[in-house]
Design a protein around this ligand. Sequence first.
Ligand code: MN
Length: 570
Amino acid sequence: MTIKEIIKEKPDGLIARACKFSQKAHIGQKRKTGEPFFIHPLAVAETLASWNMDEETIAAGLLHDIIEDTPTSKEELTKQFGPEIVFLVDGVSKLGKIKYAGLSTKIAADAKVENLRKMILALSEDLRVVFVKLADRLHNMQTLSALPPAKQKRIALETEEIYATLAYRLGMQNLSGELNDLSFPFLYPKEYEWILKNVPGKYEERREYLEKLEPQVRQMLSKHNVPWFNIDFRAKRYSSLYHKLLRHEMNLDRIYDLVAMRIIVKTVSDCYGALGAIHELFPPLPGRIKDYIAMSKPNGYRSLHTTVIAEGNHFIEFQIRTEEMHRNNENGIAAHWLYEQKKKSGGAPKSKNLSKELSWVEQLRNWQEKYDSTDPEAFLHAMKVDFFRDRIFVITPKGEVLDLPVGSTPVDFAYHIHTAIGNTCVGAKVNGSFAPLDRPLRSGDIVEILTQKNKLPSEDWLKFVKTDGARDKIRVAIGQKKNALTGRRTPTGIEIKLTVQDRFGLLKEVTDTVTRSHINIRHLQTIHQAGSQFPIIKLQCQMIEKDKISKLTIKLKKIKGVREISHILI
Ligand code: MN
């Protein structure tokens, strides 16, 4: 149903009210395309409606830019639409605050992208937030040409790497393909031109050929008593075609599924019946029969694929599946989500807080189990969700994402950014309101640290900080504070003296051993003594804990070539 139809059916319903409210709130605002802004939330809501989402999600789509882009406050929105809608809208705004290009972590780019995908899921708490965000991104991509070129590239890259992949992982193949196709011309303009010049003619040729075969296929299916709903032709998407062409010397004749014939049947056994019928008609190409029904892809995709040799020695691909499989292949977890909801509420698509009963991790697991009972962990593994079971993702006011252990406090956050910020921290704002320094942070919190010059950390902080980094730095700073008060120096670190037998690679092993123990090296010096064949390595480290020191010395002693070891506090 379109939004118009929904409103006609329920003129006082939630969606009608959200529509009116959004139109009014965005009045006078324009998009970069010059169109009225309201076009955008409406398009997002239409997409959500086409995915058969529930009323609340569609309403959230209509309202998703209200808090961010209009003077309407969260309180006002809560008064009008209740906490559930505001929770969804707020979630979408939070995801919008994450900056892709500005991530300042030291980990490799791949891990960074993976982290970001996981974070989007983790931050969402409720999968419906992800659905709204994906619909939002889809429309932004459809209107991307209105933006300046540099921005186009950044957004297209983010779409390809983060959102299209996320959609794919969630089994939303249709959306994932569309996002990739929309990014493609911006990311690979030359390749896109090549495809425009070479492919449409081939598509036409292939389609005409398949249309000529169709009557034979129908006949053979009838002969085998296989009832079918639909036979159609699926042209491969430009973006995925391009990536496949790269593996096949850009030779279009080697892409057998350039246009595939797709047969939709009623039952699983009809799928295999149809496969037999096709193979009676045309000999299959060995090694090209793929049974994704018995063994679904990790993202839940199910279908039978076979490539056959048809008249005139043409290779063509058939895809055979049931209607339900088809729907799930196209819409993935979105389709499943609705199904679950309808089942629970007995047919009426109205169910409050359903997804809050189930965490998104459980939602994913349920969905995955439905498609692959042989390996229910496969999908979760692909998502690597284990990783963030004990991690939270918090956001700096600049939109950078920090990844901290569960239970971390604003003080941990402050030290994670910079020692000086930790040391001079006097207060914190979490999501815009003042928060105590010992309050555990939650995924998605936007944290701002208030500092005051010449302040020093309090010893009490040691009672609640969660990270070793913060604890060590507080101790060091407190030590310095005591020194200043008493005039005496308390040690803030150690100097380790190693007498070694010089060999290639030894120094690196020593430093690796120290850094692997997460100990900061302040200073390193190799001294070659006259008359001795054994040089001395002096290593100053930032740590004073006895057990840590003895653990480290044991490790250092084990290194080949280390003859003597001693240390003093400094
Ligand atoms: Mn938007």
